[in-house]
Ligand binder design. Structure first.
Ligand code: E4P
Length: 272
């Protein structure tokens, strides 16, 4: 399974690439806003264009997803092509992120705009990551349209299920892959019992049909969720910097290090 960093913060991107542990980057408008706000708070004047180009250069050789903000197929295609033209020459690693369906609640007639945009961009040989996926059938539709990656948002499904059940939680709390059962009733979002279940069902459907589109488990909230997505067969997991670090951590690893350090005999230290 590939590990992607879900961040637009240069310091975080530099750290994971310098360690050689990162296989790609995903950004979205909220993450770019966070990076811009951080830049402003430090009084930095760097242009966003140069900032993104620096991120692309650091991540050279691995995919970086940049998301469109337009809300109709035509606009998404135009913006996707512009983003690709502007940024892909930097390190040839840009993927355009397209929402599976850009319509807002209550809006009508845009159900197919996401897949129309995917098809158009793929026709122009632009790689696409289809985002904001909350059902396996959305993932299937995006794959059929030619998306290279589909991004089921596991953590946000868990948030929804907990909210519907009135469970209080912190963002990084573990959510059981088997979901919530109350008074013998299995809670679900239209048959999806957890974020990991969403990823697992998507992987299973892709296997049933030999679909090559990669399943990018997104909205990861903790290391155990990443493990369960790996067990389910996800190709990629994208996670924030905190979850990235958590993957490498265990209390007993730290305890072991402390004890080994205390026990190291002077004679050994002299040898090395
Ligand atoms: C994926 O590409 C998204 O940027 C991301 O994983 C969303 O995660 P969130 O639910 O933590 O915002």
């Amino acid at each position: 399974m590939k590990f992607f960093l879900d961040s637009a913060i240069l310091g975080e991107i530099e750290t994971v690439y310098a360690a050689g542990v990162c296989d790609g980057i995903t950004m979205n408008p909220s993450l770019v806003k966070k990076a811009v706000d951080e830049m402003k708070s430090r009084g930095e004047k760097a242009s966003l264009e140069n900032y993104i180009k620096r991120a692309l250069t650091i991540a050279k050789g691995t995919p970086v997803s940049l998301e469109v903000t337009e809300l109709e197929a035509k606009g998404m295609v135009k913006q996707g092509k512009t983003l690709y033209k502007k940024f892909n020459p930097t390190a040839k690693n840009v993927y355009i992120k397209i929402p599976v369906n850009p319509q807002f609640e209550g809006e009508k007639g845009k159900e197919f705009d996401g897949v129309i945009a995917i098809k158009e961009l793929r026709k122009a040989k632009i790689p696409v990551n289809c985002t904001l996926i909350f059902t396996p059938e959305q993932a299937l539709a995006a794959a059929k349209a030619g998306a290279n990656f589909v991004s089921p948002f596991a953590g946000r499904i868990d948030d929804l299920l907990r909210k519907n059940s009135g469970v209080e939680f912190d963002k990084t709390d573990y959510f059981p892959a088997g979901g919530i059962v109350e008074e013998d009733e299995q809670k679900s979002d239209n048959g999806i019992v957890s974020g990991v279940d969403l990823v697992a069902q998507t992987v299973q459907i892709f296997r049933n049909y030999g679909i090559k589109t990669e399943v990018l488990a997104a909205s990861m909230r903790n290391a155990r969720q990443v493990r369960e997505c790996a067990l389910a067969g996800a190709d990629i997991a994208t996670m924030d910097f905190g979850t990235f670090k958590e993957i490498f951590s265990h209390k007993l690893t730290m305890d072991g290090m402390k004890k080994f350090t205390q026990d190291t005999p002077e004679e050994f230290k002299k040898l090395v």
